[in-house]
Design a protein around this ligand. Structure first.
Ligand SMILES: Cc1cc2nc3c(=O)[nH]c(=O)nc-3n(C[C@H](O)[C@H](O)[C@H](O)COP(=O)(O)OP(=O)(O)OC[C@H]3O[C@@H](n4cnc5c(N)ncnc54)[C@H](O)[C@@H]3O)c2cc1C
Length: 400
């Protein structure tokens, strides 16, 4: 069996690497490395525009909508290099969540209206699914949308809506029929975030970020043409979307980069004159995480290779979500172990973006690590909580 890359793939990698080295703006990458939540809207827009102009705005989309037609392996190489370069990877709600749903189920008008602005970075989206009493039990959502002439009128509340303060648009799950079983009465609506009746209230998270929000909707009027697909089919579209979210939630590229970062830190921190990375105790911890991450990588590569397969991948995708999110917590924990007392450096993620000056009192490699560790605690919750993924595996893989 051959585990290497072909010569063509290697030269593709070099071209991608050169592009990121030369084109990724240093100021955006620095803010991204420190991990400000939410990133500045202008940073997302500027970087997406650069990718778009190179033809790489959404590599995984179908070619007719602006995708690249790359093989799964090339997409993998692209992502590896993006993360190796510490370049920004943001806007998944736009390019990887709502866009695939619009491409698969949207009207011709919706494709024409929404895909171009996403690709160019002109418009950015948030995801309005969860509600105060409907997270894992999403089908129990209570926000309603009632048809009034040519408009839906929405009333209700969403919560944990990432990036609602900076998003131009939101894709919302709403109840349009309360007389049928919950999954059959849900619809998928595209809503402009500055529509009268929408109030967004940030929730400050543990690392000081203001990326999460409550969204209140009071008599919000949305044209009927913003309904994706058929009324009552929103659950099917949401499942399609969440499956994509969970594959991304293996966080492979993030995990590889953060493990590398943990090793870099440990190479610079010293214990009794010896680099920490060379001490047997720490070296063993690194080896354990590294071996498990390699196994995760091969599992992800197997799934990527099967992207056209007919097989139902739901249980496998759930297993990847669990391993990937737990790995996120392990690699960031390793950084904390390596930093020792330097974990006390805390960058307030709520600070204005321009205030993130380099702090001379701390080595540069400490920047953003503690806040990154804290926010990684959420990875086993968002995109479908770990216990719920275990239930899915029990049902689909073992028939329990
Ligand atoms: C950082 C972050 C970003 C997020 N971004 C978004 C976003 O942009 N848009 C959006 O719509 N939502 C978002 N969410 C919400 C996320 O999808 C929900 O938090 C998640 O689905 C869990 O729902 P919940 O918070 O209501 O917890 P609950 O569903 O109340 O779960 C609480 C606990 O009970 C467990 N549990 C629940 N049901 C079962 C069961 N049947 N069996 C066993 N255990 C169970 C869960 O595993 C969990 O441990 C985000 C959440 C976080 C933390």
């Amino acid at each position: 069996m051959h585990f290497g890359y072909s010569e063509e793939d290697e030269s593709f990698r070099q071209a991608v690497r050169k592009f990121f080295d030369e084109q990724a703006p240093a100021d955006i990458s620095r803010r991204w490395r420190v991990g400000v939540h939410p990133p500045a809207r202008d940073d997302i827009r500027r970087w997406q525009r650069i990718l778009y102009e190179r033809g790489w705005g959404a590599p995984h989309w179908p070619v007719e909508h602006g995708g690249t037609g790359w093989s799964a392996l090339r997409k993998h190489i692209f992502m590896e290099e993006l993360y190796n370069a510490d370049a920004m990877d943001y806007g998944w709600q736009s390019t990887q969540m709502v866009a695939p749903v619009i491409i698969a189920f949207g009207s011709d008008w919706q494709k024409k209206r929404f895909l171009g602005p996403i690709l160019r970075g002109d418009e950015f989206w948030c995801q309005g699914f969860s509600e105060p009493n409907a997270g894992s039990d999403l089908a129990g959502l209570k926000t309603t949308a009632v048809l009034d002439g040519d408009e839906y009128v929405i009333n209700g509340q969403k919560i944990w809506t990432s990036d609602a303060t900076i998003a131009d648009w939101g894709f919302f799950l709403v109840k349009t029929d309360a007389t049928v079983k919950p999954q059959r009465g849900i619809s998928f609506l595209l809503v402009k975030m500055d529509t009268p009746g929408i109030t967004v209230r940030p929730i400050v998270s543990i690392e000081g970020g203001r990326g999460l929000n409550e969204v209140f909707l009071e008599n919000v009027r949305v044209p009927k043409s913003h309904l994706v697909g058929e009324a009552g089919m929103g659950w099917t579209y949401a499942k399609y979307l969440l499956e994509k979210e969970r594959t991304a939630s293996a966080f492979l590229y993030f995990n590889k980069r953060e493990l590398r970062r943990a090793k870099d830190i440990a190479a610079q921190e010293r214990v009794d004159g010896l680099p920490l990375i060379d001490t047997p105790g720490f070296a063993r911890k690194v080896a354990e995480v590294e071996a498990d991450l390699l196994a995760l990588e091969w599992s992800v590569l197997r799934i990527l290779a099967q992207e056209k397969s007919e097989r139902n991948l739901d249980a496998v995708v759930s297993a990847l979500k669990i391993s990937g999110s737990e790995m996120q917590q392990r690699v960031t924990q390793l950084q904390m172990d390596a930093l020792g007392p330097r974990v006390l450096r805390f960058d307030d993620h709520g600070a204005p973006h321009d205030d993130l000056s380099i702090d001379e009192n701390w080595p540069d490699y400490t920047g953003g690590r503690t806040s990154g560790y804290l926010i990684a605690r959420a990875s086993t919750i968002y995109g479908g909580a770990r216990e719920v993924q275990k239930n899915i595996i029990a049902k689909l893989a073992f028939g329990l």
